[in-house]
Design a protein around this ligand. Structure first.
Ligand code: ADP
Ligand code: ASP
Ligand code: MG
Length: 453
């Protein structure tokens, strides 16, 4: 292990010249930061996603491209319009425009990923220049040479051995004299075609780079001073957590704490890389350390909320005393690379939850999947549901944290909640339930009052 630190700056952290300058301060104050992964500027990926949709008119397309151009030029102007950067930016905008006009875009995941990659390409171009203007020897490195993935456009799987090999040969040599500025979120497949790791994937990119370079610290710089007991946007009572374990933080990320992409901690856990989460607006305020072993193991650590859940109930009259039904259902879901979160079963039916985020270029349940399931069972799809996860320790059985479950504060708090489905027992670190999206924020707020006040 060395002292190498990989720092990731999210969309709000690189939103404009002032925000980027605060990130530059952080880098200039810490010689260990040798690799910097940036997100697209805040809002840019959402605009790019909109551009991929089939109902975008030529006028709207032009407006969206102009919005991106304005954001980039605002930074370029503050950088005093260096000619080489202006040329590079114009080239990127020209490529982006031609892709946006491609009639095959709305139906091609490959073209969609290519288009989505421009946000990170532009922000890294600007940020490397800003660092150079601050006297830092910074290079803008195209991470697609290193971040090798499979062909699963929109949700590409990293190819770890290849990433390691490419990082050794292409990235490591750059580190001796420079700060490497590179892109989160994007990668490339074996053919060199651009792929993406899924929305919010820059955190995961930074963790994969940290792993490949055997870094000792991964810093995630965002717009809040660390990981909080719940999303601070949901309740003012949320408070930062100084230290959490990998397990707890991974559960939080999996169940919707947007602060970290769900896969971020996997590479960090594999190599025991310490992860710091803090605010680039207020770096001196400290943040959260995610570590292997924490000082405390409280029963309740945090509450996560994930909106846009689908509850899929499949029912087969043949399931009574039959075998293989579960395998068949899960086989179809696996074949279509659909990941299931919560599951409950009865004798003749299975209910399972699927994440169906908006603002992505794909939708989780296609007609093909539904008709494959309908060929042998009844299928019911419920929407407008949210998943609430209470994260902590020893949550697998309520008697471990309270002798009388009926007097337990968590169960008491759930008493008044409209619970559509509940899962407890599989993991010591979570208790999850589904509730209507309309009431979910209020549910989180009242649960937070009960569990953390
Ligand atoms: P970035 O662009 O830096 O990646 P994100 O918007 O993806 O930032 O993530 C930061 C946001 O995550 C915060 O602004 C906050 O609203 C949200 N969030 C959700 N859950 C939590 C939590 N438990 N602690 C802190 N922030 C959270
Ligand atoms: N820019 C990408 C997104 O908005 C990736 C990221 O920000 O992490 O999803
Ligand atoms: Mg994020």
């Amino acid at each position: 292990m060395n002292n190498l630190t990989v720092a990731k700056f999210g969309g709000t952290s690189v939103a404009d010249h002032a925000a980027m300058s605060r990130c530059a301060d952080i880098i200039c104050e810490n010689q260990d930061i040798r690799v910097v992964a940036v997100s697209a500027q805040s809002g840019v990926t959402n605009i790019l996603v909109r551009l991929t949709q089939s109902d975008v008119t030529a006028d709207e397309r032009q407006t969206l491209i102009d919005q991106i151009r304005d954001k980039e030029y605002a930074i370029l102007n503050d950088l005093n319009q260096p000619e080489s950067i202006k040329v590079a930016l114009e080239n990127l905008l020209a490529e982006l425009t031609s892709l946006a006009e491609n009639p095959e875009l709305p139906t091609s995941l490959k073209l969609k990923d290519a288009l989505l990659s421009f946000g990170e390409q532009m922000s890294s171009l600007m940020f490397a220049e800003l660092l150079r203007q601050r006297g830092v020897h910074a290079v803008n490195f195209d991470i697609r040479q290193v971040m090798k993935t499979d062909d699963n456009f929109a949700q590409a799987e990293p190819q770890l051995a290849l990433i390691k090999q490419q990082a050794e040969t292409l990235l490591k040599p750059e580190l001796s004299g420079s700060v490497v500025v590179t892109q989160g979120f994007i990668g490339s497949n074996a053919q060199g075609e651009t792929t993406t790791l899924g929305r919010g994937g820059s955190d995961y990119s930074a963790a994969l780079i940290a792993e490949a370079l055997e870094a000792s610290v991964l810093q995630i710089w965002t717009d809040v001073t660390g990981i909080f007991t719940t999303d601070p946007r949901l309740t003012k009572a949320a408070r930062p957590i100084p230290e959490v374990t990998f397990d707890e933080a991974a559960e939080m990320a999996t169940f919707g704490a947007k602060i970290l992409h769900p896969a971020t901690l996997i590479p960090a856990m594999r190599r025991d890389i310490r992860v710091f989460v803090g605010s680039s607006r207020a770096p001196k305020e400290g943040g959260t350390w995610v570590v292997n072993k924490a000082e405390t193991k409280p029963p309740y650590r945090a509450i996560a909320l994930r909106k846009d859940q689908i509850l899929l109930t499949v029912k087969s009259p043949q399931m009574l005393h039959a075998t293989g039904f579960l395998a068949k259902v899960f086989g179809i879901l696996a074949e279509h690379k659909i990941s299931v979160d919560l599951v409950t079963t009865s004798e003749i039916s299975i209910a399972l939850t699927l994440d169906n985020p908006t603002n992505t270029t794909t939708s989780v349940l296609s007609d093909t999947v539904l008709s494959a399931l309908k060929s042998f069972c009844d299928v019911k799809v419920e929407e407008n549901l949210s998943l609430v996860a209470v994260i902590g320790n020893h949550l697998e059985s309520s008697h471990k944290y309270d002798k009388k479950p009926t007097e337990n504060k968590l169960w008491k708090a759930l008493d008044s909640v409209d619970v559509r489905m509940i899962c407890q027992g599989a993991s010591p670190h979570n208790l999850c339930f589904l509730t209507p999206t309309d009431s979910a924020p209020a549910v989180v707020e009242s649960l937070h009052d009960v569990l953390f006040d």
